[in-house]
Design a binder for this molecule. Structure first.
Ligand code: ATP
Length: 359
């Protein structure tokens, strides 16, 4: 079980993550969804103990990632956005190196690496140099290193970026195959992919949680009845005013006119089907309806709605930021630079450079 309680991260005045509370349990794949700069990597970096939090708490099966980091980190396999692999090692050498770092008992190493190579489809590639592998296979090596030590929790930061559609399908299948014994959190921009493999979705915008629900519930709850497209003959302005005046309607947009037939997209104030109200009002004006259709909302629409709605309301909220009190510092929890096994990882290098300036 992972729980995040009121997790906040500030970089100077910039609030990257604010008051994030969520929980995750075994056997499920969770999707962390958000636009660029939403705070996905920052959240994952705090969850894995790479960086400290300004305030709040992360518990990994009861262990605090900041105060009991050894025990908590031992249960996490992390794949950062750029896989932390050494290109001049063979796959097998590298996985052995990681097993060594993770203190996997010597007797178990061979069997564990064999099993993970098989799980990740790397058996045939295990004696090849990593630099000679395709991006998809390098990504598999990244996942394989995260699986070493059999951690219950897998945190994967945009693991499918740069993969082709076949590689993405294979990679996702891999996650589905192993999900039973793990808690898997993946971040992604690819909404369809999140929809396809995740059981539960956390949407974040500007570091805040804007939606948190099961994929099934989100799609069934939001699909189908919010927008109606109607093509109708009549006076454009009169019809527009009449539709806008309906209490069940929040917005009407004019899409165009052809031979006196106007097309409108009518949005309801809530999620109910407004075809009856729309048809009644247009009928009472003797305006013949040529076509009417419910427009299904995709996950992408929901996401855009949530982000835009959040941005509209955000301004009032900004002043609150000043009240956040620093409880923990990056310095205390930062990954030790000279012992960093992933020191070639650009993201961590960038992080270290940036915090150096801040200090
Ligand atoms: P992307 O999808 O582009 O990777 P993200 O959702 O992972 O974005 P983060 O990388 O977590 O977003 O960044 C969240 C915010 O925090 C951004 O505005 C970013 O500029 C800022 N940020 C991240 N790291 C630092 C840092 N070390 N110093 C200052 N600001 C930072």
């Amino acid at each position: 079980m992972i729980t995040l309680s009121h997790l906040t991260k500030k970089y100077g005045d910039k609030v990257a993550v604010k008051d994030l509370s969520l929980s995750m349990e075994k056997g499920k794949i969770y999707g962390l969804l958000g636009p660029n700069g939403a705070g996905k990597s920052t959240t994952m970096n705090m969850m894995t103990g790479y960086i400290g939090a300004t305030s709040g708490e992360v518990k990994i099966n009861g262990y605090d990632i900041f105060t009991n980091s050894k025990k908590a980190k031992a249960q996490i396999g992390y794949l950062p956005e750029i896989p932390p692999v050494y290109p001049d090692m063979t796959v097998r050498e590298y996985l052995t190196f990681v097993a060594n770092l993770k203190k996997v008992p010597r007797k178990q190493r061979t069997e564990m690496i064999d099993k993970i190579c098989e799980q990740t489809g790397l058996t045939l590639e295990q004696y090849r140099l990593i630099r000679k592998l395709s991006k998809g296979y390098r990504q598999r090596v990244g996942l394989a290193q995260a699986l070493i030590g059999n951690p219950e929790i897998l945190i994967l930061d945009e693991p499918t970026v740069g993969l082709d559609p076949i590689q993405i399908k294979e990679f996702n299948q891999l996650l589905l195959d192993i999900k039973e014994d793990h808690i898997i959190l993946i971040s992604s921009h690819i909404l369809s992919e999140i929809q396809e493999i995740c059981d539960y979705i956390f949407m974040i915008a500007h570091g805040r949680l804007v939606l948190s629900d099961s994929t099934l519930s989100i799609t069934s709850q939001f699909t189908g009845s919010k927008k109606v497209s109607v093509s109708v003959k009549g006076e454009k302005e009169d019809m527009l005013l009449a539709l806008q005046a309906l209490p069940c309607v929040s917005e009407v947009s004019f899409e165009g006119e052809q031979k006196g037939v106007c097309k409108f997209i009518v949005t309801s104030v809530d999620m109910h089907d407004i075809r009856e109200e729309v048809s009644n009002v247009l009928g009472s004006m003797n305006c013949p309806i040529f076509e009417m259709q419910l427009l299904e909302q995709s996950l992408e629409d929901i996401f855009m709605d949530k982000v835009f709605h959040f941005e509209e309301t955000q301004e009032d909220d900004e002043t609150e930021v000043e009240n956040i009190v620093d409880q923990k510092t990056d310095k205390k929890h930062r990954f030790p630079r000279f012992k960093n096994p992933f020191k070639k990882n650009k993201k961590i290098k960038k992080f270290n450079e940036e915090t150096e300036v801040e200090e």
